[in-house]
Design a binder for this molecule. Structure first.
Ligand code: UTP
Length: 298
């Protein structure tokens, strides 16, 4: 029988220092891309891929995330009274079935690998997905769905992969490519944040993973990697060293790095332009400022 992936981990325990001071009181994942928080894009993508259990690895100060997925009886009854069915429908997309969502605390930001490991008991002995909500991917077929479909034929560790310019490779986990078959790449090694000139390829790992339960066992060792953090990439690379398969999946779609300010701004413009209700006005404004080099402060 084909293995189905029904559980996804959302590691959201990071400090989000690149967005200070906003992230002093607002979790990064609640920051808004057009009119929805980043986390909503990640949840929608997971749902489309058939995920039924959503595991959040959180930290202190992330209460707004839990509230976001809760019902809001007062707001709902107000909207009902006013006959605002369209807004009620929008709110419904944020509700989670009872028991579908779980929160686990990562008490110290010891790294992405450690954050994933915190969810080991909830994942159990099943393959699972990991989604980093910072990476927002615009695609006709959502990225995780593309990967889950590829996983049905190749049920082994799979990481989303994307070509990056050589001078940007140092910011990513980079794949050593053995063989390419269509969108699937067989991986011979992985290097987390390679020094300039030492990247094994231009294919970088993006924040979507389908992983076997063995990864949790590898993480049990709590080996510290780059930056003194427990790296998920290292735990996946161990599988290659043990002779097991790791695949890269070159997804179709455009990825935005919403963990960085420039990436967030680009996503805002791009998602704004993709909306029928905003395109006209936004386009006119962009043409105006590009033509006249007018910025907000002028
Ligand atoms: P980042 O490297 O983007 O770190 O983490 P960050 O803390 O979120 O942001 P900056 O760099 O300080 O601005 C990538 C993903 O891994 C999670 C983050 O929440 C984010 O989704 N993460 C990272 C954890 O959950 N725990 C950690 O210890 C580290």
């Amino acid at each position: 029988m084909k293995k189905r992936i029904t559980k996804a981990i959302f590691p959201v325990a990071g400090l989000g220092t690149r967005f200070l001071p906003a992230t002093k009181s607002v979790p990064k994942e609640i920051m808004t891309l057009v009119d929805r928080p980043l986390i909503q894009y990640a949840i929608d993508e997971a749902r489309a891929a058939g995920i039924k259990e959503f595991i959040f690895v959180t930290s202190r100060g992330k209460g707004a995330l839990e509230d976001y997925f809760d019902h809001s009886p007062q707001l709902e009854s107000e909207l009902r009274k006013k006959g605002k069915d369209d807004l009620l429908d929008i709110l419904k997309t944020t509700n989670m079935d009872s028991g579908a969502i779980a929160y686990i605390r990562q008490h110290k930001a010891l790294g992405l690998g450690h954050a994933v490991w915190c969810a080991r008991r909830l994942v159990g002995n099943e393959p699972f997905a990991v989604i980093l909500p910072d990476d927002v991917i615009a695609a006709d077929k959502p990225c995780l769905q593309q990967m889950v479909e590829a996983f049905e034929d190749n049920p082994t560790n799979m990481v989303a992969a994307m070509e990056v310019p050589e001078d940007k490779a140092h910011a990513y986990g980079v794949l050593d490519v053995k063989e390419t078959k269509g969108n699937v790449v067989s991986v011979g090694g992985m290097v987390e944040k390679p020094a300039p000139g030492e990247a094994p390829s231009n294919l970088a790992v993006i924040g979507r993973y389908l992983l076997t339960p063995q990864i949790m066992k590898n993480l049990d060792q709590m080996k510290k990697g780059k930056g003194g953090e427990v790296q998920l990439t290292d735990a996946i690379a161990e599988e290659i060293n043990a002779g097991r398969d790791v695949l890269g999946y070159r997804f179709n779609g455009q990825r935005f790095d919403c963990g960085s300010k420039a990436g967030f701004l680009q996503a805002t413009v791009s998602f704004g332009l993709s909306r029928d209700d905003l395109r006209g006005e936004l386009m006119e404004y962009l043409q105006d400022i590009v033509g006249g080099s007018r910025a907000a402060a002028e």
